[in-house]
Design a protein around this ligand. Structure first.
Ligand code: SAM
Length: 279
């Protein structure tokens, strides 16, 4: 069956008009209208026939269609109650498509995707970070996470220690994956065009490169350390309620100078520090 292309300016306008829809800004709706970009996202995800893919925010199906055409079994989550009726029509005839209606942050993803899968998504901007953390911190069987995010978020995901934008998100992403910015996407590739440049980030998921005994505690320490970026580690951790003597001894055990700031610590130093603080 030949399906009309959804990721196209006039097709998208036609679909929105037909269903009397307007992109909802509050839901981060910027629909892809550039088939080339859809293709490049599908290529970046290295989809092979029969592979399970989770898409977050199906919209009217622009990226979903590319994933289905590549042979993926797509499970898509969509919050907007008006869109299932649209998707039923735009993706009619594709058999390997399953739509889950609801909020990605409230759905139990381990239950939904119990076997190995990949993620491909043009994420809603207002909850990008929460979604990325939900995907990474729950140790799901995801092998590759390919997401379209704001350029600035992509830079934070891939930032290295010592850079001004290295922070809790960089640590969370790099602890569990190897991220890289695949390519940038200009506002004209979307309807409506967002005010920012977007980037597609590919995260190859892997186990942390060193042992983290208690990931929850590790995350708590990292967030506390970055909570007040301009303070020294010692003061940030005191500010987060840790005991001063305990911090000083943990810093010594882990070989980290008390005057350093969070943004200079490598992932491994954070791991040593959190282990020492927990002892
Ligand atoms: N995938 C489509 C595309 O590329 O054209 C739409 C992408 S649009 C940037 C983000 C989509 O996420 C919207 O369809 C929006 O309704 C949906 N969305 C927003 N918040 C959501 C949430 N909490 N859970 C699931 N989907 C959500």
């Amino acid at each position: 069956m030949l399906h009309p292309l959804i990721a196209d300016p006039s097709a998208t306008r036609h679909i929105l008009k037909k269903f009397k829809l307007r992109a909802v800004k509050g839901l981060g709706q910027n629909f892809l209208i550039d088939a080339q970009i859809v293709r490049r996202i599908v290529d970046a995800a290295e989809i092979s026939e029969g592979e399970d893919v989770l898409e977050i925010g199906a919209g009217i199906g622009s990226l979903t269609q590319g994933l289905l055409e590549a042979g993926a079994n797509v499970t898509a989550i969509e919050l907007d109650k008006k869109l299932p009726a649209v998707l039923k029509e735009t993706l009619a005839g594709y058999e390997n498509f399953r739509l889950i209606e609801g909020d990605v942050l409230k759905i139990n993803l381990s239950e939904l995707m119990p076997k190995t899968f990949k993620v491909a998504a043009n994420l809603p901007y207002y909850i990008t970070t929460q979604i990325l953390l939900a995907l990474l911190e729950k140790n799901l069987p995801a092998t590759k996470i390919v997401t379209m995010v704001q350029r600035e978020v992509a830079e934070r995901m891939t930032a290295v220690p010592g850079s001004k934008i290295y922070g809790a998100l960089s640590v969370a992403v790099q602890l569990r994956s190897e991220p890289r910015i695949a390519f940038d996407v200009p506002p004209e590739s979307f309807l409506p065009p967002p005010e920012i440049t977007s980037s597609v980030v590919v995260c190859d998921v892997r186990k942390p490169p060193f042992e983290i005994r208690d990931e929850e505690f590790f995350t708590k320490v990292v967030r506390a350390a970055f909570a007040q970026r301009r303070k020294t580690l010692l003061n940030s951790l005191i500010g987060a309620g840790f005991n001063r003597e305990k911090i000083l001894s943990a810093l010594e055990v882990s070989g980290v100078d008390a005057s350093r700031r969070a943004e200079t610590l490598s992932l491994e130093e954070f791991a040593k520090l959190s282990a020492a603080l927990q002892n």
